[in-house]
Design a binder for this molecule. Structure first.
Ligand code: PLP
Length: 397
């Protein structure tokens, strides 16, 4: 057990499931035709892409089909980031008289970096704050969305804490002022129920590698009645909405991953929550001065953000790594300054806790045995780091 990797970093990326790998394998060396070709060798691949498109649509509850039975609301892209950018760019292009975008303070950089770029070009960007549980300030959202707003973009679930946002209410607020609504559902898809019809979203992003398909494929859902202006212009692929030869094998893989996610969703939710709850129970009982971050009553079943106060998350990760345990921290050490992440800062988590925050994110590939192993190794690691921490020594002063 000591030598086997324990992978608790599934919000970063997931293992490609064997069934998914098997489904995509023929598209490399056997069925390698270009779906745009006239010959049957390529054309039959195009039919397989349409089948995958339907499976993605089914996971999202996207029921619309055209006269040929094609789920045209699903556009395949290269990743979640591309989908996020494409939704924002399209909203700005199709509602040019509106110059404002409303988002949350805790979005992924796929949204925030794109919006920063638009801000430089004169678009007003408003970030709605969250409270200490990571819940969105809905009154502020209502106040900020106005007739000048072209897009409201709010993530379905947060990647660091797992907190789930009230997407149906957010979409209704956007629509009440004639704005479009996008949700980044990259962390939600395959983990909780998603229904684009019930929530009435206009755009929704997902990413293959977060739900056991490979890296390099994503999806943008665009509601049927909504005008769409593409970001990537090229050939006639994806009905002129995303140029470039399709990443066929990965699209087939994503279709299979969505099929599996839908079939196992209810059972997997229970299983993951039982693993997560056991981890949190043991950590809470065996380690003093910890806090669990996020909206505990309303979060993804696989995500646990735990702050070990008065020590550095990076040091914890290094020790875990020595035990072959993978997790991630709540810091962005881009400039070497180990600033806590923008999500923890937006939640106003005290610095002494934010610095020692570890995100454990689970998947169906994890076991209770692994949870117990991690819960066994954590207490001595935390005790040892606290022994050498000046903050721990001075904590009551
Ligand atoms: N949105 C969220 C919430 C994410 O967690 C991620 C990846 O971590 C992305 C978008 C970006 O997805 P991709 O890596 O496919 O670009």
């Amino acid at each position: 057990m000591e030598n086997k990797v324990i992978y608790f970093d599934n919000n970063a990326t997931t293992q490609v499931l064997p069934e998914v790998f098997e489904a995509m394998a023929p598209y490399f060396c056997e069925r390698y035709g270009n779906p745009s070709s006239i010959h049957r060798f390529g054309g039959s691949v195009a039919a397989d892409i349409e089948n995958a498109r339907c499976k993605v649509a089914e996971l999202l509850g996207a029921t619309a089909r055209d006269k040929d039975g094609i789920a045209t609301e699903i556009i395949f892209t290269s990743c979640g980031t591309e989908s996020d950018n494409a939704a924002i760019n399209s909203a700005i292009a199709t509602l040019p008289e509106r110059r404002k975008i409303v988002t949350s303070a805790v979005e992924h950089p796929g949204i925030l970096s794109c919006l920063k770029n638009w801000e430089r070009k004169g678009i007003e960007v408003v970030k709605i704050p969250v409270n200490h549980l990571g819940q969105l300030d809905m009154e502020c959202l209502k106040r900020e969305v106005d007739e000048n707003t072209c897009l409201v973009t709010i993530m379905w679930a947060n990647n660091e804490t797992g907190t789930i946002f009230p997407i149906k209410e957010c979409a209704a607020i956007a629509h009440s002022k004639g704005a479009l609504f996008h949700t980044d559902a990259v962390q939600a898809a395959g983990k909780i129920d998603i229904d684009v019809v019930d929530t009435d979203v206009d755009f929704l992003s997902i990413s293959g590698h977060k739900l056991h398909a490979p890296k390099g494929v994503g999806v943008l859902y665009v509601k049927r009645q909504i005008r769409f202006m593409p970001t990537i212009l090229g050939g006639h692929q994806e009905r002129l909405r995303r140029g470039g030869t399709e990443n066929v094998a990965s699209i087939i893989a994503l279709g299979k991953a969505c099929e599996l996610a839908k079939a196992n969703l209810a059972a997997e939710q229970l299983y993951l929550a039982s693993l997560r709850d056991h981890l949190e129970k043991r950590v809470s009982a065996e380690i003093p001065c910890i806090r669990i971050n996020g909206d505990l009553a309303n979060r993804l079943p696989n995500t646990s953000s735990i702050s070990f106060e008065y020590i550095e998350g990076e040091s914890i990760l290094m020790f875990l790594d020595m035990h072959n345990i993978c997790a991630s921290s709540g810091s962005a050490c881009t400039t070497g300054s180990l600033e806590p992440s923008h999500v923890l800062r937006a939640m106003d988590i005290p610095y002494t806790a934010a610095h020692g925050t570890i995100r454990f994110s689970l998947s169906r590939c994890n076991t209770m045995e692994e949870i117990d192993r991690v819960a066994d190794v954590l207490p001595p690691i935390i005790a040892r780091l606290r022994e050498i921490s000046p903050y721990w020594e001075n904590r009551d002063k």
